[in-house]
Design a protein around this ligand. Sequence first.
Ligand code: FVH
Length: 301
Amino acid sequence: MTGNAAEAIDNAVEADVAILGLGLMGQAIAAAFLRAGRPTTVWNRTPGKAGDLITQGARSAPSPAAALSATTGPVIVCLKDHEAVRSVLDPLGEALSGRTVVNLTSSTSDQAREAAARAGAHGAAYLDGAIMAVPQSMGGPEAVLLHSGDQRVFDKHLPVLRDLGTCLHIGTDPGLAALHDVALLNVMWGVLNSFLHGAALVGTAHVPASRFAVLANQWILSVTEFVSAYAEQVDAGTAVAQDASLDTHAAAMDHLVQESEAAGIDASLPRFFRGLVADTVAKGRGGDSYAAVADRFRAHP
Ligand code: FVH
């Protein structure tokens, strides 16, 4: 970290914010800060997106540099992707010196580390962030933001950041928030795709998706207990079948594939699940718990 970046950490907590990017999420972020009574200066590449925010008390800046000049607090960045972040921050150069960049743009972990290094080269402190929320929930406690980077930077700006929701610091490696982001989205997509497949399946018996959803949500609660139990086994490097063996899972997956095919529903998702289990069973682990599939992911063929 450069001297200027360290200075940025030591300064007193600032009360205002600059927001670069007024897409759906950037606007929600700005609105949450304004609701919290925080002086907020906004900029967006395409003019005209600040109208409602100005009505709510935001100041609009004609350029990223002007947004930085008008503020002393953290620079919140919420743009489309890593390339957009580079194209906006790099030209700012020395204007970033002594400031803190809080980058809430989705990226890979390597891109987040690169963004941290580039900000550091300009003398800025850097905090990465992954927003595990939709724009509508920003500002409420249900909006969870995962932050990674220097703990002191997080601690210093937490009084500002908590205007946006529940902010958690998950580690000093700036790439950790992005890594958790994709891993958590993976969980979401797994659940959503399985639900939609299941809804299509029961839909062939004229069961509405909304009725199936009631049972699915109840079942998801039980699955959270499986997740916790198998996580302990994964961490311990064990896979003792205390509830059901992989052989039992494999037989049930056969039923799902057969039902899907018989109903004319795309069976590629359950076939993929069955393939993961079959590969693990083929390694002589049919008597193990579902946690054994973790090894299939770690050492894929
Ligand atoms: N929306 C959501 O629910 C998710 C929740 C989880 C986190 N994501 C991430 O947040 C980033 C922004 O998402 P967004 O929903 O605000 O996205 P858009 O509405 O499409 O707005 C994109 C903004 O980025 C600006 N932009 C794009 N390219 C450039 C560029 N080269 N230079 C400067 N600005 C750029 C764009 O500007 P404009 O098109 O209006 O001029 C918008 O302000 C994203 O990483 C999500 O993954 C949101």
